[in-house]
Design a protein around this ligand. Structure first.
Ligand SMILES: Cc1cc2nc3c(=O)[nH]c(=O)nc-3n(C[C@H](O)[C@H](O)[C@H](O)COP(=O)(O)OP(=O)(O)OC[C@H]3O[C@@H](n4cnc5c(N)ncnc54)[C@H](O)[C@@H]3O)c2cc1C
Length: 384
């Protein structure tokens, strides 16, 4: 009697391999030529956005009945990893769309909301996820944006800060409180369309890294949102936020994993081509050991990220694994990108070569969707 053994974590099904290879080819051939100009101009290329839709990468887990690709969460993770190996700014756009916005709608939306919004997200609408405010980041549920019921609408007032995809987005998942005295039990999630009266974009941030990804302030001044656009139940927004962010952080782990792999690929290629003392610098043991150590760390991060994603798809507990994946992948992304700059020598410090940008892009991994300290707090709670 032989029980079926679990396969290796890095073993992909034939469909997953084909999907990964398609995304890798697309990222290499179509995104690579745009990376520098998008970073310099702080603009996402609009033709690229259309390509992401036509490849089905903006609706990976959306069921076919709503026009999506009906893939798995693991597929979304593979896509974010492969795209981020070329450009983590495009990686986070795809990540927020799939692992936060679509995930939240799949889990919490009514059938009517799914018909209305999942179809748009699959076709041409970009989503954004608006939780943070000036006074509430790590302490997210201290948010102050208010929502007051007025007939069949809620009226929203307040401001959100740091919202990814905001400039391109047509749909925003916005968290506001309907009762400040109720604490986190007043928090409610709303589906807010860009055209809603009283809604506008504020300042667009000028950032260190992932510069092509837009990050903006959102302003709500007597913004009217139909009561039918509450996502989940009134007062249950904290659950919507916690549960989506628990999954979303695996996506950031994938973004950082891809970034690290991209930086390593550049460093290894350079080490084999660049000659000093009459030989390729890759022939020096010091260089080999650095590249070997980085490759080991990347593999460890990949195992953490894939394991968390596989657990999520299997419907098993993944909270600790997701926090560890995000914590570790963002740690090694910064380290590997930094070492890649050193492998390039002076050329690593200038914009003519790709590793300088990856080094800048890596920093965000330890900050958004829960800082590294917040991940450690979650891990500590679960292991102690
Ligand atoms: C580029 C970018 C994109 C973003 N995209 C989004 C988005 O799409 N949607 C969204 O809602 N938000 C987004 N954010 C916001 C992001 O999630 C927050 O910036 C993050 O959660 C940290 O919050 P904060 O900036 O207020 O820092 P703070 O919470 O003020 O933290 C400052 C420091 O204090 C530490 N700290 C705080 N509390 C504790 C504690 N209890 N114990 C130990 N250390 C602690 C933190 O770890 C950090 O080092 C984005 C931010 C950036 C920069």
């Amino acid at each position: 009697m032989s029980a079926q053994l679990p396969t290796a974590l890095t073993q992909l099904t034939p469909d997953e391999r084909m999907f990964r290879d398609t995304v890798r080819r697309f990222a290499t051939t179509e995104i690579t030529p745009l990376v520098r100009s998008m970073d310099d101009s702080q603009q996402m290329n609009s033709a690229l956005l259309r390509q992401l839709y036509s490849l089905g990468l903006m609706g990976i887990e959306i069921p076919e009945q709503y026009g999506g690709s009906e893939g798995s969460f693991f597929d979304a993770i593979l896509a974010v990893e492969e795209i981020s190996a070329v450009d983590p700014a495009v990686g986070v756009l795809v990540d927020v769309q799939n692992t936060l916005c679509i995930n939240a709608l799949r889990r919490w939306a009514t059938e009517e909301q799914k018909q209305r919004y999942l179809t748009r997200l699959a076709a041409d609408t970009i989503g954004a996820y608006a939780l943070s405010e000036a006074g509430s980041g790590s302490d997210a549920f201290a948010l102050e944006t208010r929502a007051v019921l007025d007939g069949d609408h809620y009226v929203l007032n307040g401001q959100k800060l740091w919202i990814t995809n905001a400039k391109e987005a047509g749909l925003f998942i916005v968290f506001a409180t309907i009762d400040r005295n109720a604490g986190y039990k007043g928090i409610t999630a709303f589906l807010v369309e860009k055209e809603s009266p009283g809604f506008s974009l504020g300042k667009k941030e000028d950032k260190l890294g992932i510069r092509a990804s837009s990050t903006c302030e959102l302003i709500f001044r007597d913004c009217r949102v139909p009561a039918a656009n509450v996502l989940g139940e009134p007062g249950k927004g904290y659950k919507v936020a916690i549960e989506t962010l628990n999954e979303g952080r695996i996506g950031i782990g994938a973004q950082m994993l891809g970034l690290a792999q991209g930086a390593w690929n550049h460093a290894a290629r350079w080490a084999k081509e660049r000659k000093q003392f009459g030989q390729p610098i890759a022939s020096f043991q010091a260089m080999q050991f650095q590249l070997a150590e980085m490759a080991t760390e990347i593999e460890a991060a990949r195992l953490l990220v894939y394991n968390a994603a596989r657990l999520k798809d299997a419907g098993q507990e993944f909270l600790k694994e997701a926090a560890m994946a995000k914590y570790f992948a963002s740690h090694i992304a910064e380290r590997v990108a930094s070492l890649a700059v050193e492998v390039y020598g002076g050329s690593g410090f200038v914009k003519d070569y790709p590793v300088e940008k990856l080094y800048r892009d890596a920093k965000i991994g330890k900050i958004y969707e829960g800082t590294s300290f917040m991940q450690l707090a979650t891990i500590a709670k679960l292991v102690l």
